[in-house]
Design a protein around this ligand. Sequence first.
Ligand code: ATP
Ligand code: MG
Ligand code: FE
Length: 337
Amino acid sequence: ELILAFESSCDETSVAVIENGNKILSNIVATQIKSHKRFGGVVPEVASRHHIEQVTMCLEDAMAKANVTYDELSAVAVTYGPGLVGALLVGVACAKVVAFSHDLPLIPVNHMAGHIYAARFTNEIKFPAMALLVSGGHTELVYLPKENVYQIIGETRDDAAGEAYDKIGRVLGLTYPAGKQIDEMAHRGSDTFSFPRAMFKEDNFDFSFSGLKSAFINKVHHADQVGEKLNADDLAASFQQSVIDVLLHRTEHALNSFSIKQLILAGGVAANQGLRDGLDQLLSRHSDVELLKAPLKLCGDNAAMIGAAGYVAWKNGEVADLALNADPSLEFEWIEK
Ligand code: ATP
Ligand code: MG
Ligand code: FE
């Protein structure tokens, strides 16, 4: 069964064709990063306009590369939230046009479920599972008791991990998005600055990165004022180690509190090499839990992951009609442990 999938929640326009929820026939990603770089972040109006300009070409490329015709498709999946409303609407409108004109079911997909299902291209997902979801707008632990059920058990109280990377990147004079560059610098430097780590003592699964971000910015500004030259690679390494320690600390608490078969690492920040290595080490102490990491190339936004999550949603009867609207603040349900 073939699913045509659309993703346009932020600054990547992407269209993919996925077979049986786990095989990529095509995954076209048009990134707008160049256009947003000079503003130091994503400008919503600019993003919407780029999506409109790119989506038709991405669709044509995705169909051509997959070498399939519209008659061979089984369904159309689309990200309808969370994200920028004007950006989301482009993918939603386009998916509706294809679904209507070819009489195909329309599957609404939560972008964050998509990120989790990027890991489906590494291996099968086994339930119950826990996902550590770290991206530009979210940092959360999501419990998956069974297929197609997503429950948040904890999330960041302030900045998302990726957001913190991008913000301190500006202070280091790096271009947006800074995550990958800081990751590379961190591997050249060492953790010499000992920045704070928000380790909540209470029995929760929440994260916090704003204290770390402020400490980092203060350190750099103070050094500037007194004319002291700090080693940028060491700054990056120290920042990154602090982020990783916080993520691992709460993840370990989740591993100790839930009986799960797999821990899934997903989201744009899941591409972080330090985090991937850190989780390998953590999971070596939890041999009953399998670590499933999203493939490096599918950590960032793409439509292949939307097709994989959409396939599962569709098998579970989730179909929308043509009244489907974008939901910029779409969230998983919360559960208390
Ligand atoms: P969301 O998925 O929450 O809606 P988003 O789609 O904008 O937000 P993603 O595309 O999932 O976010 O991830 C982008 C983020 O990942 C950016 O903040 C970027 O800096 C960060 N990132 C990418 N690669 C790395 C890396 N190697 N290390 C750390 N951060 C990284
Ligand atoms: Mg992006
Ligand atoms: Fe994303």
